[in-house]
Design a protein around this ligand. Structure first.
Ligand code: CP
Length: 304
């Protein structure tokens, strides 16, 4: 079983991981030897703070071991992904991969004899969204009937939020003036439409009126953020997106909890004061990446 996205995962299976994450957070000692003798390979083509740290700490705290592999320092750079993964999966028990292209992750999953976890590619970020659902359930008590408003560029995180929310009974409204082309997945969006739980609008005030959660993310994918060749597109995005910034005025009248998957670009997608606002649960959300990582590893390694 892999976790590349939530395709093929039922709402019940997603909730099973969410509930396990909450349990692991409450009773960490119960799982301190659960992954004894297990090894996770973590391979990254892109930068990361949370995904790398949470999965590495998850392995350590559950008695296992994690190996960090910077893509550029491996022979994945000069060989076929399929062949390198054939080897890798014969020496480790699970692979976490943050790759630039989902198509490459699919090759990896096909070649692997062990579970592969998507650590974020251009289309999906499922491990982030497990942490998001854990955070939402902790705050609200139940996910059923909750309403989440995603404000930003329609990207990989937005896809995974739409897919997971509509499967577990959360209404999701997306306010996305820009659609990130590489993130397009018509099949995912068609499936979400059929649930009746996904709505699109550009009316931010209408969207946030009765929201339980307001969620935002970077307007520019991490691999492009400091790239001078992307500077013009970055400026264009800032111009289009600035009216949709999460700030006091734009969400006036809403008591919704404020979420962000981080890293944050202060003063762009969110104003600095909203990060520290009492409604903000951003740092708790980031802490929950650890419990999400633990629950995902336990599930994929058949430990519950
Ligand atoms: N949210 C998230 O995936 O953080 P990192 O990019 O730091 O891993």
């Amino acid at each position: 079983m892999h976790l590349l996205n939530f395709k093929g995962w039922s709402g019940e299976q997603i909730m099973e991981i969410v509930n396990k994450g909450i349990e692991v957070k409450r009773e960490p000692f119960k799982y301190r030897d659960a992954l004894s003798g297990k090894t996770l390979a973590m391979i990254f083509q892109k930068t990361s703070t949370r995904t790398r740290v949470s999965f590495e700490v998850a392995m350590t705290q559950m008695g296992g071991h994690a190996i960090y592999l910077d893509w550029r320092a491996t022979n994945f750079t000069i060989a076929d992904i399929y062949d390198e993964t054939q080897y890798l999966s014969r020496n480790v028990d699970c692979i976490l991969a943050r790759l630039l292209r989902h198509a490459d992750l699919q090759v990896m999953a096909k070649a692997s004899r062990v579970p592969v976890i998507n650590g974020c590619d251009e289309k999906y970020h499922p491990s982030q969204v497990i942490a998001d659902l854990i955070t939402m359930k902790e705050k609200r008590g139940t996910l059923k009937g909750a309403k989440l408003v995603y404000v930003g560029v329609h990207n990989n995180v937005c896809n995974s939020l739409i897919e997971a929310c509509t499967k577990v009974g959360v209404k999701i409204v997306t306010v996305t003036p820009i659609f990130n082309d590489p993130s397009k997945d018509e099949e995912l969006l068609e499936g979400a439409k059929r649930t009746g739980l996904w709505e699109m609008t550009l009316d931010l005030k209408y969207a946030v009126k009765d929201a339980d959660f307001i969620y935002t993310d970077t307007w520019v994918d991490m691999e492009f953020f400091l790239d001078p060749r992307y500077a013009e597109e970055k400026e264009k995005r800032i111009r289009i997106m600035m009216p949709y910034q999460i700030n006091r005025e734009n969400i006036a009248g809403s008591n919704a909890w404020i979420m962000h998957d981080m890293p944050i670009h202060r003063g762009y997608e969110i104003s600095p004061e909203m990060i520290e606002d009492p409604r903000s649960i951003i740092y708790e959300q980031s802490e929950n990446r650890l419990y999400a990582a633990k629950a995902i590893l336990l599930k994929l390694l058949n430990k519950y």
